[in-house]
Design a protein around this ligand. Sequence first.
Ligand SMILES: *Cc1c(COP(=O)(O)O)cnc(C)c1O
Length: 410
Amino acid sequence: MSPAASLLAERLHAAGRRRLTEQLWRTPVEVDYLDATHALVDGRRLTVFCNNDYLGLAHAPGLKAARLAAAERWGGGSTASAMVCGRSPAHRRLEESLAQWTGRDRALLFSTGYMANLGVLQALLGDGDLCLQDRLNHASLLDGARLAGAELRRYPHGDTGGAARQLARSPGAATLLATDGVFSMDGDVAPLADLAGLCVSHRALLLVDDAHGLGVLGPHGAGSVAAAGLDQDKVPLLVGTLGKAVGCAGAFVAGPAALIDDLAQFTRSHVYSTAPPPAQAEATLAAVEQARAGEDLRQHLQALIDYFKSCAAQLGLPLLPSHSPIQPLLLGDTTTALQASKELARAGFLVGAIRPPTVPRHQARLRITLTAAHSHAQVEQLLDVLQQLPSLRAAGRGGSTADDGSATMP
Ligand SMILES: *Cc1c(COP(=O)(O)O)cnc(C)c1O
């Protein structure tokens, strides 16, 4: 190993040691799914309340035949970037379906949401441009702005006024404003109509990353942007991911035809990356059709969310103001969050502790997610266990100790 490489490795190792002592070192558990809501973890069968499979489609028996048929028809990988070796009819059909679902002219596929955001921001932004972002945006949006070399300014969470003030500081700059639609760790929805108005009046381009809204919110599950009634003139760039409510993998950006055509030329993560497997595109198309038609799934999910929220509030659990399937319990310090997650596992539930740097310091939490595959009884069992969780009671949050409701977050 060269001296320089070893200096870098040493520095990385030192950072790792710091993470270890601060209880921030993360080791994924091995999770062997048995069905949509159960998995074997360390040889025990746990009920899963932490994935983003909001409609329960990742393990839906109804999609199994479509996945098998797609594998039969299309085989393995796509073998090259679309620019080198063309693309399959499966890719075209999926893009057309996604554009139609979201009410956009056109959609462009990517292998992951991370790559979609990196690529789109890098294609649009350069030196001297301004990128405004919500403080709680997903890491891929922040990284995209940095990679592009734009000036990144983060406004306070959900604060359109704050964004407006930051815009006013650079009146002449070419500006892109990017926000999550539904925030991935808090579950609340961005003030999309206000942000759209701000962008129109300042000639800024608006990008909404709806990774957690697509399939869940809006008419036919078309997402948070559709729920806010915003067409592609108001929100020209809509990023959606296919690994969450759609239960597959991949992502897309959708918008006006000319803009998407131009992005396809300049988005390096699209041009220089092997296209997703055609079989995956075909199987994803079947899942998209189920997600679009899944009104009954969305109704059941909404009923579970309402039930969970009202019971958790009664129990004095430290909920955040979220109406989405993401229902975090804010615990503050890392030790309590880790302890609570361990106690839940002992009681038969898999719920991850989310720690910095994924969330700000002193905002460690349990990120509970509900899905349409859960039953009412499963949610009830989870609430029963939460009510009695020693770490929550010790922190004065939940169950018998929070009688004045003071532990509930605003
Ligand atoms: C998950 C997520 C992504 C990344 O999508 P992947 O397909 O998982 O790479 C991007 N943005 C947001 C808001 C996300 O939650």
